[in-house]
Design a protein around this ligand. Structure first.
Ligand SMILES: Cc1cc2nc3c(=O)[nH]c(=O)nc-3n(C[C@H](O)[C@H](O)[C@H](O)COP(=O)(O)O)c2cc1C
Length: 222
């Protein structure tokens, strides 16, 4: 049985959010093709994760056997979020573009997932690459939306895209290799014209196609 972790990061409510529309479509299509799937939902847009602070960092970098009770309390949410990622085979992430990057809520989630001893190890004996991810073999589907357009590689605003490269840089913390990331993005949202409508239709079609393909692959693998 596959486990799908759905993460929504839009600050907008369901009826006004294009990324929530796509993550919902993905999840429903996945379930249609693999009905046994366990779905875990994590809504960081509606229930934002607090920013990490000096206490979090102190706790996270204290070895587990030396932690005081307050440290374990401070790390409890992070532990829960990491457990959700560990359980997942596929992560579907609703990631709107805010100010050319990711929403604060999503960055907060990543800061709670990147945990020494849980999702990565650090050893200077490895020379210039001391960080090694702990998790592997998961797939990431990024379902995004942007008000402007041309953010894909080669596009007129590709150089402004601080969202997709940042997600790719952190994906190893979720156990996802660079080649196992699929990105679908609605563009032109602010223009509300034919280009926008065509972009929504194309993104919906690609989302359905990806969900069906991945669900069938997961069903065959288990
Ligand atoms: C706070 C905020 C910042 C935004 N910044 C950008 C931006 O830098 N570039 C862009 O193309 N669109 C930007 N947009 C437009 C959103 O990317 C677009 O509305 C998208 O559909 C939001 O996702 P959602 O519909 O799931 O909420 C921004 C929207 C908001 C609310």
């Amino acid at each position: 049985m596959a486990t799908l972790l759905r993460i929504d990061a839009s600050a907008q409510l369901e009826e006004r959010s294009l990324t929530r529309h796509l993550t919902g479509l993905f999840t429903r299509t996945f379930l249609t093709n693999a009905s046994e799937t366990q779905v875990i939902t994590r809504d960081v847009g509606q229930k934002p994760i607090p920013a990490i602070d000096h206490q979090f960092i102190h706790a996270a970098f204290t070895p587990p056997e030396e932690r005081e009770p307050w440290m374990n309390e401070r790390l409890a949410l992070s532990d829960e979020l990491v457990d959700e990622v560990v359980a997942a085979d596929i992560l579907v992430l609703g990631a709107p573009m805010y100010n050319y990057g990711m929403p604060t809520a999503l960055k907060g989630w990543i800061d709670h997932i990147a945990r020494i001893g849980k999702t990565f190890s650090f050893d200077l004996a490895r020379g210039d690459t001391p960080i090694e991810p702990t998790l592997s073999g998961k797939r990431l589907v990024v379902l995004s939306s942007r008000g402007e357009f041309g953010f894909a590689p080669g596009g007129v605003r590709a150089h402004l895209n601080a969202l997709d490269p940042a997600l790719a840089a952190c994906a190893h913390y979720f156990g996802v290799a660079r080649n196992d990331i699929e990105t679908v993005a609605i563009e032109y949202q602010e223009f509300k014209d034919d280009r926008y409508r065509a972009s929504v239709e194309a993104a919906e079609a690609r989302t359905r196609e990806l969900a069906a393909k991945l669900a069938v692959a997961e069903a065959q693998a288990t």
